[in-house]
Design a protein around this ligand. Structure first.
Ligand SMILES: NC(=O)c1ccc[n+]([C@@H]2O[C@H](COP(=O)([O-])OP(=O)(O)OC[C@H]3O[C@@H](n4cnc5c(N)ncnc54)[C@H](OP(=O)(O)O)[C@@H]3O)[C@@H](O)[C@H]2O)c1
Length: 262
């Protein structure tokens, strides 16, 4: 099985912590050069040092805020003109705040649509010409199992994830002939800052202990535990590899068996 990513470059978004950082590490372990993208330059620099120690390549970073799509577009175009484009794009950023859909304000949907779908599209637009030229491209979107089964209390997120999943599927039809695949990784409950935030938010709202809320979540997971970010990253790395060339336009849940539909 060919998992070799040497001579490949990967743009990995939201890569200073959690799932994105774990994906950047896995891709570097398979030999890819990595371009990290996030907002906090101090953390980008320290993450870059960790990645450099893994693959000993000229990895880079781009500072960008996904709530400013035009700024992201300019930053990415500038980077590509100076350092070149990439064969692999991992679309990922912080999730929308939790909350009931009946409480959500219209602006929250627009903000999440920009942060997720519009930024994914800007990045894909910027990289597709190079991917086509190289006859090798991988676009991997980190979304959520909510595209298969909406999760209670994540109203804005459920809505926007479905849009991203359909964007990805439609794009997969259009680029497949160029050796480019577009797939979605759907993490289940994964031990990251995002999960901690969701649990503590729920604990405050329901006036119940963190342990009780965590246990209720664990009770729904057949594996009986939360995922490690590395377990989500392993699926990302496989989909990015040459071995996954014929896997296109699918949703891959990595959720310990939590999703009850196929
Ligand atoms: N953890 C879970 O249980 C779980 C389950 C299902 C789906 N997901 C989804 O998977 C994705 C990643 O989750 P995670 O748990 O790894 O999240 P996380 O720990 O909160 O990490 C988010 C990453 O995205 C960056 N980021 C956040 N907002 C950004 C913005 N406006 N512009 C650019 N970068 C931004 C952060 O860096 P900076 O702060 O430096 O920008 C950080 O590197 C999210 O969409 C999340 O909703 C997570």
């Amino acid at each position: 099985m060919n998992l070799d990513l040497s001579n490949k470059t990967a743009f990995v978004c939201g890569s200073t912590q959690g799932i994105g950082k774990a994906a950047a590490i896995e891709l570097a372990l398979l030999g890819a050069k990595v371009v990290l993208i996030a907002r906090n330059e101090t953390v980008l620099k320290s993450t870059l040092e960790e990645i450099n120690a893994i693959n000993h390549q000229k990895n880079e970073y781009i500072i960008a805020d996904f709530s400013e799509p035009e700024q992201l577009k300019l930053a990415v175009e500038k980077h590509i003109s100076q350092h070149g484009a990439a064969h692999i794009l991992v679309n990922n950023t912080g999730g929308p705040p939790a909350g009931k859909i009946s409480d959500a304000k219209p602006q929250e949907f627009l903000t999440a649509f920009n942060n997720h779908l519009i930024c994914n599209h800007i990045l894909a637009e910027a990289l597709l010409p190079f991917m086509k030229q190289e006859k090798f491209g991988r676009i991997i979107n980190i979304i959520s199992t909510s595209v298969k089964q909406p999760l209670k209390g994540l109203g804005v997120s459920n809505t926007i994830r479905a849009a991203v999943a359909n964007w990805a599927k439609t794009l997969s039809f259009e680029v497949a002939a160029h050796g480019i695949t577009v797939n979605n990784v759907l993490p289940g409950a994964t031990s990251t800052a995002r999960l901690q935030g969701i649990i503590s938010n729920k604990s405050l709202k329901m006036n119940e202990s963190i342990d009780k809320i965590s246990q209720e979540m664990l009770d729904e997971i057949p594996a009986g535990r939360f995922a490690a970010a590395e377990e989500i990253a392993a699926a990302v790395a496989f989909l990015a590899s040459p071995a996954a060339a014929y896997i296109n336009g699918i949703n891959v849940p990595v959720d310990g068996g939590r999703t009850t539909c196929l």
